[in-house]
Design a protein around this ligand. Sequence first.
Ligand code: F0G
Length: 451
Amino acid sequence: MEPYRIKVVEPIPITTREYRERVYAAGGYNQFNLTANDVTIDLLSDSGTGALSAEQQAAGMRGDETYAGARSFFRFRDVAEELTGYQHIFPVHQGRAAERILFSALLKPGQISISNTHFDTTRANAEIVGGVVRDLPCPAAKDLDSEEPFKGDIDLVALEEALAGPDDVGLVIMTITNNGGGGQPVSMANLEAASALCRKHGVPFFLDAARFAENAWLVTQREAKYRDHSPRDVAKLAFRLADGCVVSLKKDGIVHIGGMLALNDTELAKRCELLLIATEGFSTYGGLSGRDLDMCAQGMIEVTNPLYLRERAEATAYLAECARQAGVDSVRPAGVHAVYLNAGRLLPHIPPQRFTGHALASELYLAGGVRCAELGSLYLGEIDDSGELITPAPFELVRLAIPRRVYTRSHLEYVAETLAGIAKNPEQVPGYRLVEAPAMLRPFRCRLEQV
Ligand code: F0G
């Protein structure tokens, strides 16, 4: 059960199918055009959507809004230092700000950034400074159904080759857990080996640690050597294998806004600090208010509570299992922050050219007011100027991201029931065609119609 009880509640909109059909069509069948009032259960993102604890709210009240040297910063720094062990701690307004600063300061044009899988903003920030990104997911990641425990790992053979080869590798950044790769965890053994390879070749090794606590939890559950460790100890060890990290605290900081860049290299830290001051804010607030800093500090403490992590992991696994029993498969084994539904398998009558993943995501909204994100050809495929798909994505997935401490099991059961209803008559689900597709950031601004 949840190791907390509910003290503040917020009504959620209960709408009819007719209403949803009207507003969804008016928004060009794009879930980003829905408003909060249109959505019953919002599984679009687990980022910045969590519920604050009473202690976080109290910490927020203590927030010190001094421009430079606020007490809130030192509380933030002390917690971050204890957790990560890094010498230089910079607050930023969210994860992508840390990425932008790090890549601007570290990656030279033409240099390569290697990852198990770059998250989209990480990829974009590397490319904006002229870097070249390379994803090296482990071979097990390609099999959605395999029960391999660490499908978020990097391919160590490929990594070694890349580091030994003629290319100029600027950094290696490991995403824990691997959001772009089905929310799968990275093992400590893999992190250790990748870290050792980077040390050997003199290449900086960083973590994109947005879900550091969830990764640590899965390590305690799946990696024998760490069975008796606490998730906090595992997280601490993971940070200490790297030279630094970028963190979106909107995930495992359980805050609505906040992030962090932390690292050991003093010369690099100096370059980052200048960029921070020029673009985010002075080094002791980095674009956050004092109350944000205090809530981040408290969130970074609460998030490694094993009771909280166990319940969250079990709730996600429960949703995946309910969906499976209803005939809807997802990427296995279940991770923590999201369930990645295999839309391609459920809707074989809809080809990727008619956006299979988007079709399932749309039906979840139309049938139950459940909002989620497509991770298939609409998002990742190559599309020509007329809106036709040229190269499909490798899989047609739909991500049900679970906000932290927000929905109860009965909400998740409602989602599973909605899915079960769809799975009874999957052939009734229509496909979609693009009618408007901007050249960049397609999923956010495109419009579609049913076919
Ligand atoms: N890294 C990872 C692994 C992420 O999942 C995200 C955000 C970021 C970096 C960027 O952090 O949003 O604070 O700037 N992921 C959100 C999601 C948007 O829904 O998965 P940010």
